[in-house]
Ligand binder design. Structure first.
Ligand SMILES: C[S@@+](CC[C@H](N)C(=O)[O-])C[C@H]1O[C@@H](n2cnc3c(N)ncnc32)[C@H](O)[C@@H]1O
Ligand SMILES: [Zn+2]
Length: 284
């Protein structure tokens, strides 16, 4: 089977999938692992032996998603990614394009991509994250790769790219996105987790500047279409609080004493807030 979207990380030729092996015309080959993902991360593309989120973080993220605390965000993204087209004036219209190709780059354990429909590709540099994703969602192509380096996708191969709280390479996104396609960036909104952050660190500033920073870095490749802040309150129980800490940089940025204090809290209502910025790569 020729999977037109995937290219060889070594020579950039198209990859074919046959008998659970991806290979190119130059005989570079990559086996599909028993859990159903393919590792296209070359040794020189990683900084450490096990880059990206570790198993404890992935498991905490999986439990947190499964608890439903991010359901409103997942539902919102599903609405946003309903098939649509961008017309020549830059306005978006619903379009029943039957099977859009969607890349989630830095997809973690795959929950968000799993709620969408289309020809889906999930990339993460963490093998453990991709393993968790592949075990749950068999219908998606899961790839271990470094999203900050060259992406293993052909030019103009994706209708949508999603990058939620993950590192990115805007130049590569621009290469891979089809003309008129959409890139959606999700960064922390101004008051994201403020109640928890202020209990854990002394410098829990508002994340006002994050969306501007992210948008600024995209400006030379993409045209910004929509910027929205999606915010809701969520009451968390003790397990959810501890999982949320474990799966975010809060875990590393707070002292053992602060974390111990948090352990005593049985319930906390927090703000969940994402700035979602929609771009298109059609020329302005
Ligand atoms: C905060 S998590 C977000 C995961 C997912 N987007 C979500 O919203 O659930 C960040 C993810 O980016 C991944 N990551 C970090 N560096 C990466 C890189 N260079 N390329 C691809 N993924 C990376 C981590 O392994 C982790 O799964
Ligand atoms: Zn090759």
């Amino acid at each position: 089977m020729n999977q037109q979207e995937l290219i060889c990380p070594v020579c950039r030729e198209a990859l074919r999938l046959e008998n659970r092996v991806y290979s190119c015309n130059n005989n570079h080959s990559f086996d599909v692992a028993k859990d159903g993902y393919v590792n296209l991360l070359l040794t020189h593309q990683r900084k450490s032996k096990n880059p990206g989120d570790d198993k404890a973080m992935i498991q905490a993220r999986r439990r947190f998603f499964d608890s439903g605390a991010f359901d409103p965000l997942a539902k919102h993204l599903k609405r946003v990614l309903k098939p649509r087209i961008t017309d020549s004036n830059g306005s978006q219209q619903q379009n029943p394009a039957p099977h859009p190709s969607i890349l989630d780059c830095g997809c973690g354990e795959g929950h968000l991509l799993g709620t969408l429909s289309g020809n889906r590709f999930g990339v993460d540099v963490s093998k453990e994250a991709i393993r968790y994703a592949a075990k749950r969602h068999k219908e998606i192509t899961w790839i271990v790769a470094n999203g900050m380096r060259e992406l293993p996708f052909a030019n103009d191969s994706m209708d949508h790219i999603l990058s939620i709280l993950a590192p990115r390479n805007n130049e590569e996104f621009a290469r891979v996105l089809k003309p008129g396609g959409t890139l959606i960036l999700g960064v922390p909104g101004p008051k994201h987790l403020i109640e928890l952050r202020s209990k854990l660190t002394d410098h829990a500033s508002a994340f006002e500047e994050k969306a501007d920073e992210a948008a600024g870095k995209c400006a030379s490749h993409f045209r910004e279409m929509i910027r929205e802040t999606f915010t809701y309150p969520q009451t968390l129980n003790q397990t959810q609080i501890l999982d949320l800490i474990q799966m975010t940089p809060l875990f590393w940025n707070s002292s053992p004493e602060a974390k111990e204090k948090i352990r005593q809290i049985e319930e906390l209502t927090i703000t969940i807030s994402f700035a979602l910025i929609h771009f298109t790569c059609s020329p302005s």
